[in-house]
Design a protein around this ligand. Structure first.
Ligand code: 5GP
Length: 122
């Protein structure tokens, strides 16, 4: 069961109540700069629909939303020069153990520096 809190910060960004530095916007997807970047490129990609986590999005989003989101992530990796450069990492935190801060599904695209191994210590 996924209950969506429409007062989360990304919902406010989608409603235009909080400004953002938009990287790209499509029919179903918004991508913007992370406010506290952890790498030279740190973009957040979110669906416009009300989904909490990856599994929620995968289960309930339409094929059109999923295709649009997936292609937008890939396009940004290309346009940011990461795909043809030294690469990138996609991260999607869900729930408490992953320390998900904002309960609106998002993928982090990070790159532009060596990122180390996938997981640090808790
Ligand atoms: P999470 O831990 O939920 O995967 O990541 C949430 C991300 O959202 C963090 O990297 C944080 O810096 C970013 N963030 C939090 N509030 C804002 C905001 O108001 N604007 C933007 N652009 N990013 C935010």
């Amino acid at each position: 069961m996924h209950s969506y809190d429409d007062q989360n910060i990304f919902a406010k960004i989608l409603r235009g109540e909080i400004p953002n530095k938009t990287v790209t916007e499509t029919e179903h997807t918004l991508a913007f700069e992370d406010i506290a970047p952890q790498a030279p490129t740190h973009v957040l990609v979110i669906p416009k629909g009300a989904y909490v986590t990856y599994d929620h999005f995968a289960a309930e989003a339409s094929d059109a939303e999923i295709a649009d989101f997936t292609r937008t992530v890939g396009r940004i990796c290309n346009e940011a020069g990461l795909a043809a450069g030294n690469g990138y990492r996609l991260i999607s935190n869900a729930g408490e153990d992953a320390v998900q801060e904002v309960p609106h599904f998002h993928v982090h695209i990070v790159g532009g520096r060596p990122l180390g191994r996938i997981l640090g210590k808790a």
